[in-house]
Design a binder for this molecule. Sequence first.
Ligand SMILES: *Cc1c(COP(=O)(O)O)cnc(C)c1O
Length: 358
Amino acid sequence: MNRVYNFSAGPSILPESVLAKAAEEMLNYNGTGMSVMEMSHRSKAYTSIIENAESLLRKLMKIDDSYSILFVQGGASTQFSMIPMNLFSKYKKADFINTGNWSKKAISEAKLFGAANVAASSEDSNFTYIPEEYNLSQEVDYVHITSNNTLEGTRFVTFPDTGNVPLVADMSSEIMSREMDVNKFGLIYAGAQKNLGPAGLTIVIVKTDLIGKHLENTPTMLRYETHAKEKSLYNTPPCYSIYVAGLVFKWLDDMGGVKTIEKINNEKAAILYNFLDESKMFLNKVNRKDRSLMNVPFTAPTDELNEKFIKEAEQAGLCTLRGHRLIGGMRASIYNAMPVEGVIKLVDFMKKFELENK
Ligand SMILES: *Cc1c(COP(=O)(O)O)cnc(C)c1O
């Protein structure tokens, strides 16, 4: 069987051992004689799957009982509107730090329900850096950031201090990639398909005291309260995606947790950025200190060379390196499941390409 190194931004690479385990359990999960896909979400077997997933998530991210964990559908994109619907409880206004394409989408959805103030933005330089000064107000319901910018390849190394105002973070493309203090946040959300599992599952980690203050006409399915009260089983949850995410959590826990993967992620990113810094052909335009550990965009000097690179890399088993259509060039997404070896192979290939195309 030929597996490639898949640098896709999402849906993206999963640990091979997780896929093998899911395959092994596909026809008969744990002696039940059925697949997890075929199982009632109210069965005993499934109850333990979802409870285990939640408790591993709490353990890995050190999430205490003052937070609720919701397993919902609709992607991070649905959270762009669910968050204002549920958190616009007093001012109907939020501050946003605009650091890229996903921030912009979050801003435009929030405007459907109230006011979205841009407290800082790096749009003036194509989102190649993270602003350091913000014009934050006290009279807002929350402050929103995109902690890792999947397209642009930047991340917040440290998070803004918002005092008593809840900090809300879209962590879709970096959740569980580095240690962080969850207590700094009012709400963290992430689509699972970047770093946690298959598409179809969205994880919301929300301070329980922020729940239950939704706007009056918020539909039942779009209220955090509904999912918190019913432990994500108000209706059929994304059962199979939760099961696979649970296997990913177990894989991470067995290797030593977030602390261990953070070290490996730092190592992988260093290998790639060190090469980019010495290369005469490839360029990463991001402000050094704001570089993402997860998504690394880079370009060759011409469109022809970019195309040639993508094509030849694919032939060498280094796949899905095409950059986002808004950014162009290449992008290597090196999420938790990407082994160090994959990044070494990529850099070796880049070196060879540079020599051959001088
Ligand atoms: C991928 C991504 C999204 C969109 O996620 P969906 O699950 O497709 O809605 C939002 N924010 C960030 C930071 C992302 O990387």
